[in-house]
Ligand binder design. Sequence first.
Ligand SMILES: [Zn+2]
Length: 280
Amino acid sequence: MKLYSINSGHFKLDGGAMFGVVPKSIWNKLNPADENNMCSWAMRCLLVETENRLILIDNGMGDKQNEKFFSFYYLHGNDTLERSLKHHGFGFDDITDVFLTHLHFDHCGGSVRYTDSARTKLEPVFKNARYWSNSRHWEWAVNPNSREKASFLNENIMPIRESGQLNFIDKEGEWLPGFETIIVNGHTESMMLPLISYKETKVLYCADLIPSVGHLPIPYVMGYDVRPLETLKEKEKILQKAVSEKWNLFFEHDPLNECCNLVKTEKGIRAHEMIKVSDL
Ligand SMILES: [Zn+2]
């Protein structure tokens, strides 16, 4: 098995919304805000190459929405999904499986594109791939509550089902040899976290449970979470296990740090060393 970090670009989100109840005097040191209180975040995907599969975990926000939408999110930087895949010698058609942790637009928008310049018809970007979600999350996303409605965009989601490429993983635990899933319910209903056995160690793809290194302290929970108290419990449990079993954490949204290992301190579980997956 081989792992590749695939950055699909950076975007901006309000720093206060990203850190919930944590005051700006603290979070601004972790990720300094611009003059509009916005912080830069990565949309970092993970590519898993096995003997017979090429699995892409999440795929960024894509490019389908209008100018007004992108003016809210300030897409920036040189990385795109296509460029980052190409850098490792892969193209869209090589992907056999698209694993979607959840269906918020910054995680699944790269799944679907317009087929024509008039932007009238949509198709899946990965034509040879099976797309993976789970039935509980899928139902939640296609019948969204008003809190998450702006994050679940029909154009990112429906074409996956219409093309017949949608599949569900409905059991926690081993999905493929060396590839487990952990289900968490604090950020949204049934978000799936991949836990991958890799060269004597395990790598946890943290998605929006712990979006960046700055979110390691237990109460540093995003304002977006639908069940923040659930997130506290899930972080506590997963971080305890991660530190005792020496997992590496992979961060989807950290603007700088790809991965870290952990250490127990007086204040709680914190990052020990910053790592790149290519060095694992
Ligand atoms: Zn996110």
